[in-house]
Ligand binder design. Sequence first.
Ligand code: DSN
Length: 425
Amino acid sequence: MQKDTLVFDLIRKELDRQRHGIELIASENFTSLQVMQAMGTVPTNKYAEGYPGKRYYGGCEVVDEIETLAIDRLKKVFNASWANVQPHSGASANAAVFLAVMKPGEKFLGLDLSMGGHLTHGSPANFSGKTYEALHYGVTKDGIVDYEQLEAKARAEKPKMIICGASAYSRDWDYKRIRAVADEIGAVVFADIAHPAGLIATGLLNDPFDHCHIVSSTTHKTLRGPRGGIIMLRHDFENPWGIKDPKGNLRTMSQLLDLAVFPGSQGGPLEHVIAAKAVAFGEILSEDFTAYGKQVIANAQAMATAFNNRGYQLISNGTDNHLMLIDLRNKNLTGKKAQETLDKAHITLNKNAVPFDDKSPFVTSGIRVGVPAITTRGMNEAHMETVVSFIDEVLMNADDENKVAAVKQEVNTFMQQFPLYPELG
Ligand code: DSN
């Protein structure tokens, strides 16, 4: 068969785009070549509904070994006692957690999307907000999670589940405090650590596992694996909440979650992606992943300082993790204008609502900036000043096409120092 040059030329074009630009989308990263190679392999041909040793099809003996390896390695990464590696994405993982814990119409409490939360934490546009009664807490004027509001709402509304986790929040979480109020009202605590997972795995941020009953994550952000989702428990539960499976039987939490992933919300697992997850977890266990995590935090701190020095307003005045949220109103720019102009200079990030934003989600007053991808490219603290100077030059000259084009040239030259997948030619 002839090679599909149309598709492969586009893939090549995307590689060139990734090589030449500065990638600051906080949820993106660059996997190792091995992780990508594992994804493009023959387990993609295999149907394997069920779990290792309990499949609905024959011929699963090898994918059983692959999936078991992924589970075992993931458990070691987070010191977990149980893990499910089948969720196709973070949203799928979260859908399974809801399905395991909640009945339609029941209440849960999560961080508001407009305050840094996630779509699957109760946005009215998402299954989580449509199927269940979503209640929200926010952040204070200082940009820190409003724990008092969270506690007050929890006590007043008695939600079945409290979600902690965010997609645009630059500070660490007080999981212990959330668990304390959850215990008062008998709620399940669910941590979605999709963003900071790699920093938690390396012990650089607070550990949610002892305080949160259930933990989900994506695998492609700070964990630097393939695109996908996972669910984990450190402590399995005899199910003090009395939650039943669809047949009305009492089950442990791990059994409820397994059932909620398959057959509850997914069919055949993506065993080629699970193979790539196993490779990524192996890299975390065998390489100096802590050094990467430390560099991510050092780079984020250096970048925050460089923005502060230029008069940019960071929500919460800084960062504990891999990202920062910047309010551009004092620079007379919208998030939309900033994103679109920076794109022209091959600097990629996303517009983002800031807490108490007066602009629509399509325009926004802010940008979210993250360093996991540029840290993987090999940048250190000294490079953060250069990156911020490029951003500032573009934003301060957003209507000057020549100046923006000149920065693009500088960006492309600068990025030649940081080779990406040289093996691919
Ligand atoms: N879309 C992801 C992010 O950018 O944070 C969250 O799912």
